[in-house]
Design a protein around this ligand. Structure first.
Ligand SMILES: NC(=O)c1ccc[n+]([C@@H]2O[C@H](COP(=O)([O-])OP(=O)(O)OC[C@H]3O[C@@H](n4cnc5c(N)ncnc54)[C@H](OP(=O)(O)O)[C@@H]3O)[C@@H](O)[C@H]2O)c1
Length: 267
């Protein structure tokens, strides 16, 4: 199992540890311990106490990666936040007139759809909803039902303007952007472990400036946009030394003509 079996009952049903004890397997292999204090270590302890050998740790790195959002929600009361950016080589996410369809090619966009399917919710700023009226759905065969719940953050909207008719506009819930940490707490309270932020520049800037981004998915196309819209804008940096050491590259890959680099916030 990826995660230690829970030792506590919850709204979802009986404790997994009790179910496993009822079946008495010859051996249990667990990737990592449950960070939930109601279980942490007790699932393993109860299985061992009942004479079932338990091995903890094979594939621990991968298991920890898989539960990172769950851990973040438990420890920080907010989802793991992944910021997705599709930029030109010179770091622009749109032309100066706001046009951004499309920066990257079909392979990168298909990969981005797979990333959507891996998240519980998608967040965009009101500027992106207004400019693009996007669908924000998963359009990969067989994964269409994995489209995450869309949210839009605004400091002024109480509802989505009626003129917007895209799928996201019809399905989105509005979050109050005056207090971003509170908006993220609201998502965590709704059970969101993994949040994918799909822009635009204003929201990305605010989240990075508040140090609320855990992962960066940076798709880069081999194009130059010159006087386009910068990916981030002012993030409050005054000393170049402070920019270093904040991001660790986890992966680089080629997707058609484009490149994807995945970074984790070094904490
Ligand atoms: N290539 C890409 O990866 C990509 C992705 C997405 C978008 N885009 C492009 O980016 C452009 C839109 O970017 P944008 O910067 O104009 O819009 P945005 O970041 O999507 O939205 C900015 C708006 O969000 C609202 N907001 C709510 N809380 C906020 C907070 N705490 N901090 C900052 N803003 C907050 C504000 O409007 P109110 O409070 O007034 O509602 C603000 O004007 C479009 O051209 C779009 O096509 C590109």
């Amino acid at each position: 199992m990826t995660l230690e079996p829970c030792a506590h009952e919850s709204a979802r049903g009986p404790a997994c540890t009790d179910l496993i004890l009822g079946r008495r397997p010859a051996r249990v292999v667990v990737g990592c311990l449950d960070p939930d204090p109601r279980t942490h270590g007790q699932g393993v302890a109860r299985l061992r106490a009942a004479g079932i050998p338990v091995e903890v740790g094979p594939g621990q790195g991968q298991a920890e990666r898989l539960i990172a959002g769950f851990r973040r929600r438990l420890t920080d009361g907010r989802p793991e936040v992944t910021l997705k950016i599709a930029s030109s080589l010179d770091g622009c996410i749109a032309l100066a007139d706001g046009t951004s369809r499309w920066i990257t090619g079909p392979d990168a966009r298909a990969h981005a759809h797979l990333e959507r399917a891996r998240h519980d919710a998608i967040l965009v700023g009101s500027g992106t909803l207004t400019a693009d009226d996007p669908a924000l759905d998963v359009r990969l065969p067989g994964l269409e039902d994995r489209t995450p719940q869309p949210y839009v953050v605004s400091r002024t909207w109480t509802a989505i303007p009626a003129r917007l008719s895209g799928r996201a506009a019809r399905a989105a819930r509005v979050l109050d952007g005056t207090d971003l940490p509170a908006a993220l707490r609201e998502l965590a309270d709704a059970g969101v472990n993994r949040l994918l932020v799909e822009g635009g520049a204003g929201l990305a800037r605010a989240l990075v400036a508040a140090d609320l981004v855990d992962r960066l998915l940076w798709y880069q196309a081999p194009i130059l946009l010159g006087a386009g819209l910068p990916a981030l804008g002012d993030i409050g940096l005054t000393d170049l030394a402070d920019a270093h050491g904040r991001w660790t590259c986890l992966q680089r890959r080629t997707l058609g003509q484009d490149h994807l680099a995945v970074f984790a916030r070094t904490r």
